[in-house]
Design a protein around this ligand. Structure first.
Ligand code: COA
Length: 193
């Protein structure tokens, strides 16, 4: 059984373990960045856990499977590289009355990948944001050109390539890879249920 809930600061140990399991050192965000995201916009920071049916109460603690974080921005047709830099402050860019959802990170622990959890978690985020912030109709995100699993989830959900940032990412051996900004003009089409 799966359970989704908003992240809390008490999740930070699991969130940082997930960050290390998902991203190389150049791409990992600092703990302070995640704590700021939880504080500023918990409605857009969703944790996925497994839970036994026998232990399924709001206070029970299941196995932490993954998490997704996001921000609400005001749509701008131009795409600024600076908006996507590691450690950018959510509090400076968050516009709760805005119309575009920026998905800042999604991760599933490696042992639980390719079971469909990533796409469920992504759709849960879109559903929740739609209910709480109905003005949000657009979506934007940045991926490394080598994050094939994430790219598949976003492409399957109507995101298209909107810009390329040359040599945006650096792998642990120093190799540079491009960043690809993907956009979706109507994320309400993703909504299920
Ligand atoms: C991206 C990630 C969250 C996907 O989670 P997941 O639970 O494995 O994804 P799912 O099982 O829901 O798979 C979703 C789709 O992607 C495909 N997919 C998953 N991993 C893939 C891979 N490595 N290569 C190609 N396709 C892949 C699945 O086949 C599925 O396609 P379908 O819907 O057409 O059947 C996970 O791989 C991860 O945590 N990666 C590291 C962090 C990362 O890259 N985050 C992206 C930051 S924007």
């Amino acid at each position: 059984m799966l359970r989704f809930r908003e992240a809390a600061s008490s999740d930070i140990t699991n969130i940082m373990a997930l960050e290390r399991a998902c991203f190389n050192t150049d791409t990992q965000e600092a703990e302070s960045t995640y704590l700021e995201r939880i504080d500023a916009f918990p409605q857009g920071f969703i944790v996925m856990e497994s839970a036994d049916r026998s232990n399924f109460s709001s206070r029970s603690v299941g196995e932490f499977l993954g998490a997704v974080s996001s921000e609400i921005w005001q749509y701008e047709p131009s795409i600024a590289r600076d908006s996507f830099t590691l450690g950018h402050s959510i509090k400076k860019q968050l516009k709760l009355a805005g119309d575009e959802l920026y998905i800042s990170s999604i991760g599933i622990f490696p042992r639980h990948r390719k079971c469909g959890y990533g796409k469920l978690l992504f759709r849960e985020l879109i559903n929740r944001v739609h209910v709480l912030f109905p003005l949000v109709v657009k979506g934007i995100l940045l991926i490394n050109e080598e994050w094939h699993g994430a790219r598949k989830i976003y492409a399957n959900n109507g995101f298209h390539d909107a810009a390329v940032f040359d040599d945006f990412f650096t792998s642990d051996n120093g190799t540079k890879t491009n960043g690809i900004v993907m956009r979706n003009d109507d994320i309400t089409k993703i909504i299920i249920g």
